[in-house]
Ligand binder design. Sequence first.
Ligand SMILES: [Zn+2]
Length: 468
Amino acid sequence: MAGETKDNSLPKNGLLSARSSDGKFSRRLTDDEFDRYSRQMIVPGMGREGQLRLIESRLLIIGAGGLGCPAAQYIAGAGVGTIGIVDGDIVEASNLHRQVGHATSRLGMKKVDSLITHLKALNPLPTYIPYDFQLTPQNAADIISQYDLVLDCTDHPITRYLISDICVLTQKPLVSAAAVQKSGQLTVLNCPPAPQGLVDGEYPPCYRCCFRKPPPPSSMVSCGEAGIMGPVVGMMGMAQAGEAIKILASGLHLPPPTSDDNTAPPLERNLARPTLLIYTYDLDSAVGPYSFRALKMGGRKKNCFACGEGSTLTLDGIKTGNPDYVQFCSAPTINVRLPPEQRITAVAYHAAKEKGELPAHILVDTREKEHFSFGSLEGAVNMPFGRFLMNAAAVKRTGGSARDLLPTGAADGDAPIFVVCRTGQDSQETVEKLRELGLDNGGQRKIVDIMGGLRAWKQDVDPTFPFI
Ligand SMILES: [Zn+2]
C-alpha cells in the first residue's frame, strides 16, 4: 500500500509555497477555525495556507449516496468553504447501511436536505448549497461552472460521461469513483485542468480518455440490483475526499500562475501520472487479504471525443442534445424482444395456476442466489443468470450438452419452462438463449417469460412478496 500511495502524495515541488506568500487570501483564520482545523493544519504539507485555500474553495458533490455521504463528511469536516450537493432522490431505508449521512428519522426527506442537516451538525462553518434535482445535460454546465472541483459520486455511466464532458469544457478537475458489490475504483481526472484540444505533452486524461465506451448495458448493474457492501463504497468515498482535499489545499485547481509565456498550463504543476485505484474486498476470507491495486493510466488521448485534438464537443451542443448520452450508453433496445406467445403476465400466470389450468411445468428463477434466498415463487428452481450465460457460452464453444445447463430434473421431457427474474429483462434473454440452444425440442416444448419479473409479481399479484 505504501508504494501504491506514493504517486498520489502531496507534490514536493513547492506548490504550497507558490501561493502562500502572494497575499491573495481574502482573510485570516478565525479563532473558531483555528481551533477546529488545528489538527490537520499541523500535518506537514497542509499548514495555514492549505487551510485557507480549503476555506476559499468551492466543491461540488454530485450524488448524495454511498460515495457522496462519506466524501461529504470529510470534506465538510476539513472546512472546504462552499459545498454544493446535487441529488434528486429521497432517503429510503435500503440506503442506510451505506449512506451514513442520512438517518432513520429522515426517511422520505430529500437526500440533499438530509445530508446537509447531518453536515451542519458536524461543521456549521461551510456554506452548503443544495440542488435537489438530478443533473441533466441542460443544467450541468450552469452548476458545475460555479465550482473549483467536482466529485462524481453517481452510479450510472450516463451521468459519468456527462459530468466528465462538462468538466473538460469548463476546465474543472474531477475526482471520480465507483463501487458495486465487493469492489471499488477511484481516479483523478482533468487535474490540473487544461484547455480542450491541448494534447502535446503529458496533459491529464478525462473520463472518456480512460473509458472510451460505456460497458454494455447487460453488464451494468446498479447497487440496487447487484448489492453493495457499505465499507467498500465508504472507503472509495473517503478516498475521494482525500484526493479533493489534496487538490484544493495545494492549489492544483487554480489557474496557472501568470508568466511571460502563458499559452498553456505549465506541465510542472502536474501530479505524477494518474492512476486508477482498485479496491477489492474478499467477503469469503475471514481476515484479509486487503487488496488495493494502483494501475498507471495514460495521459490525454489525441483522438479523445471530449478533450482531444479537433474535438467538436461544446457546451451549447450538450444542452441541445449533442451528444445523446442516453443513446451512447444504451444497447440496441432489448426491452421487448420475444413474440407474445412466448410471454405471459404475472397476473395471468398466477390466475392460470390458481385455476389449475397450468400443465405440470418447470419454473426457473434467474436471480442471483442471494436474491433467491430471500424468497421465491412456489416450486421455483434457481438458475443464476450470470452463471447461466457463462455456461451457455462454454457449451457453444465446446459443443457440450445444452441439457446440462438446466437445473436437475428440468432437462428431460417436454414440460413447459417458465422463466422469471427480478424485473423481466434477464428472463427474456434466458428464454431466447434456451431456444437458441435447442432446448425447446424443435418447438415441442414451450419456454415462456413471465413479464416484468418479480417486481410485477409484487406489484400486481402479491404485495407481501419480499422483493429486493
Ligand atoms: Zn479525454
